[in-house]
Structure formats: structure tokens, C-alpha cells
Design a protein around this ligand. Sequence first.
Ligand SMILES: NC(=O)c1ccc[n+]([C@@H]2O[C@H](COP(=O)([O-])OP(=O)(O)OC[C@H]3O[C@@H](n4cnc5c(N)ncnc54)[C@H](OP(=O)(O)O)[C@@H]3O)[C@@H](O)[C@H]2O)c1
Length: 343
Amino acid sequence: MRVCILGATGLVGRELLHLIPRAWPGAQLALHASRDQELDLDGRRFEVKAAHHLDDVDATGGQLAFVALDDEHSARYVPRLLALGYRVIDKSNAYRGDPAVPLVSAGVNDGLVGEEVRLVANPNCTTIPLTLALAPLRRSFGVRAVAVSTYQAISGAGIAALDQFLLDAQVGYAAHNRLGAAFSPSGYAGNTVPHNGKTDDTGFSAEERKLMTESSKILAFPDLPISAQACRVPVAVGHYEQVWLTCEQPVTLDAVAAAWQSGAFLRIVPTVDGAGLSALACVHERDLALVGRVRLVPHDPTTVCFTVAADNLRLGAATNAVRIAARWFPAVDPTLQAPANLP
Ligand SMILES: NC(=O)c1ccc[n+]([C@@H]2O[C@H](COP(=O)([O-])OP(=O)(O)OC[C@H]3O[C@@H](n4cnc5c(N)ncnc54)[C@H](OP(=O)(O)O)[C@@H]3O)[C@@H](O)[C@H]2O)c1
């Protein structure tokens, strides 16, 4: 099988290079990025070609392509990959809202990925863990309203932002300043800032709107009453989300845990205080969403609050994409095989 990665040198592309041999050992790789280059990764050297070579008349086709580019470049290259015969999974926002393109959270609605499907959109890195946690609770208790607050790692902004953050953090923390005044009040390092890009007339940012509209599409719940706030926190990898879920009936802590047992790709953290549940804990459980810290809201027995955390580069991006592709091309590693769920 020939597997193409566009954006192979980026944060998500590099994770795919780790996962593809686990899913499909022996797959032949065709790697592309902005220019011809060599990529050194964990002691291996990969040849990477400029993406524009895909436009050549004699460009080679293949079976499966992962696109890990920004929206604009995804929209430019996805049609070409489809024309070359690839089945495509796109990680950008370019196709997520397209009613003709399935938006798939593996373990929730991957049953939509049939033989006839050629293009699938991969959701945002906060949407995947949220929908994995919500889907079993919705099945058990129904959903009346969802509110979610996210605390997102810097790697969600790509490799350039992450590298700048690491540099700024090194410099900022080198100064022993208890106020943190060595950091820029508008920068990511040593700071918490609103994830407020493209805030529109509704007052919600693009990141917040994505979480709301994508959850609704994945859960096949058009009027899902959901609101979100998103911020960036000074963590390299690992998104943390705090959720308040109002159900159609009263819930108990035991019933929540039992519902999650029926879910996919979840690790239930049983401690009431959430010990073991953190953004960085996900870096040690990269292909699962951690759920826990379940509490009943004191004034309302139908509302439960809980925490979801997941590695945004893996479960929130590359792992989900591989699990989607495993619907077409079964994965050798069973942890990368999605179970054919429908919402
Ligand atoms: N990071 C996350 O947590 C996350 C999670 C879910 C979804 N996503 C989405 O996944 C996509 C990739 O994200 P990322 O974080 O991996 O980004 P990234 O680290 O910034 O990497 C971007 C990739 O795009 C390539 N590229 C840039 N300009 C190009 C051009 N003109 N032609 C071809 N390739 C070009 C880069 O190649 P060069 O190295 O040659 O510049 C690099 O391989 C984005 O749509 C993002 O929104 C990211």
C-alpha cells in the first residue's frame, strides 16, 4: 500500500510517521511538505518532496493520503490527491462543514466510513475527545445542554508556535521573577490567553465555534445546545477540557462510569479528585482520552461536570486519522482499529 502524507514535516505529520508502521507495516511512504528536503526523525532519515510535484502530469497515485496542511493548502491539494486515486483524510478545517464530507470521530461515528467514501474530514483536536466522552453519556441519559471550557496546549498552533513557545519559556523562566513579569502579557509562554482568533459577531472565536458545530455534526444532533470557551495555557502538548453536561434525567456517578465503560478509546480515571488526570498525563497515554473528576452539580441532579484530557497531536489528530483509515484498510495494531460505531 502506498501512503502519502502532505505536511509530513509538521507536528501532526511526524506523529503519522510513527503510527503508520504500527497500523500498516511495510506501507510505502510518499512524503510531501513545502519544499524538497530531508527529515531526520528518531534516527531515521526520510526523503520529503515539495507538494507541487503532485501537480506533475506523471505524478504517482496511491491508496491512502493524510493531509496535515493549513486550510488553504488542504483545499488546494485534496482535489488533486482524489484525482490521483487516493482515499483522503484531511486534518484541516477546509471540509469539516461540507455536508457531503463525513466528519468522523473514530469510536463515535466511524461507521460512516464506507467503501464508497473517498474523503473524510478529521475534527478539531478538542472535538475528538469531547465527542468520545459525550457519546456514551448521551446514549444513557440524553443531552439537554453542554458547556465546555478548554485549556489548550501550544502545539495546537503548529510547529513554529511550539518552537517559539519553548524558546520564550526558557528565556522567561531563566529570570527568577515571581510575578512572571519577564513574559509578554500577550505571548503564550508563562501565560494564559484567550483562543480568540476570528471572533465574529456572536462573540465566539473560530476555535470555539468549531468545537460547537463539529460536535453537533458528529453526534448527528443538529440543535445540540452547546457553548464553549477556549484558551491557551503554557503547556507544550495535551488539551484539557472541563465539561458541564445537563442530561434529560437525573444521573449518578456510578451510572456515568458505567456509561463510559461502553464507550471507545476512553481511560476512566477513577479518583474523585482527578489525581492522575492532567494535560501531561495524556502524553503517557497518547491514543486515549482520559475522563474523570466527575461531580454532580449541587443544585441540579441532572447536571454532571467532568474533565476530559487528550494528547492533541495523537488522539486529537494523527491517531484519529489512522483509526478512520483503518475502516478502509484494517490496522494490524488493534488499538488503531476503529469499531464501526454509528452515532
Ligand atoms: N497541531 C495540532 O494539535 C492539530 C490537531 C488537529 C488538527 N490539526 C490540523 O492539522 C494541520 C497540520 O497541523 P500541524 O500542527 O501539523 O502544522 P505544522 O506543524 O505547522 O506543519 C505544517 C506543515 O505544512 C507544510 N506546509 C507549509 N506550507 C506549505 C506549502 N506551501 N505547501 C505544502 N506544504 C506546506 C509544512 O512543511 P514545511 O516543513 O516544509 O514548512 C509542514 O509540514 C492543520 O490544518 C491543523 O489545523 C492540528
